[in-house]
Design a protein around this ligand. Sequence first.
Ligand code: ZN
Length: 345
Amino acid sequence: MNRDERERYSRQILFSAIGEAGQEKLLAAGAVLVGCGALGTVVTNLMVRAGLGHLVVVDRDFVEPSNLQRQTLFEESDARDALPKAIAAERRLRAVNSGVQVEGIVADLTPDNALDLLDGFPVILDGTDNFETRLLVNDAALFLGVPWIYAAAVGSYGVTMTIRPGKTACLACLLESENGKSASGAEDTCDTLGVLNSVAGIIACVEAAEATKLLSGHPEALNGRLLSCDVWTGKFQSIRVERNPNCRACVQRNFLYLEGRFQPRISVCGRDSVQIHERRRALDLRELGHRAAAASASDVRNNDFLLRFRVAPYEMTVFPDGRAIVKGTQDPAIARSLYARYIGS
Ligand SMILES: [Zn+2]
């Protein structure tokens, strides 16, 4: 550690459990975040300020005005420019701490890329907004033998648990019943129920504390329990989750999500959009933009990361890997037909 670092992190080094030795470990450690929304922006802000060595931010989405209420890394200009969240987060986090190597990756975590994206990090941070992706992260973390920190917030309620392969219960122990089906009611999202920024903040702060313990070499300090809170009723709870002796994932190592058996080609995401997970299809977005304009699309806009245009009442956003988000509908058939018409079948 040099003099500047010793000064910069002095208040954390003074905290006796961390000290110089813990800070050195943090500076040499890395983390990968999946999903940079309400939780992800808070946890990465804290980890970058705490002096992580390197951080990779994986996110599939772009910044919208409705994100600004809780996604603390983003600004109005990011929404205006429709910047991908991974890119906007990378820029902001580099400005917060130039000593941390930050890399943003615009991608949807899928069974095809999960191991490539998540391998090589001592911890995986959960910032996702759906259980399909979390169960994929759970499978990948168990496969790789890497701890991950589950975190979720919706409405005024939030929950988090640190999952360590072979040592604690995993997300499948917690969510899946005997027949391997996901527990019902787990699919409420911020797009249907809304979310308070305060609860996302609390949960992400606990997530950052747990990551700091892990990366500074103090696994004994991990809270080891499922922590939940409701900031509206003021109820805070922590419960012990036992491992399921027959768990599909952490005992039988039956990685259904990693094998891609639950990967839809097309999915409803949010209150009024559909995502088409077309991949392995490199697109020339400028060329496509010209073609869309010629085919009566309006408001055609390109930036370096995506193409967006309107076909009233719908809005289509296309990424270079062929993925697309169609806003203004929940009907996969409409999304598919727009995709075929403007991108190709
Ligand atoms: Zn398990």
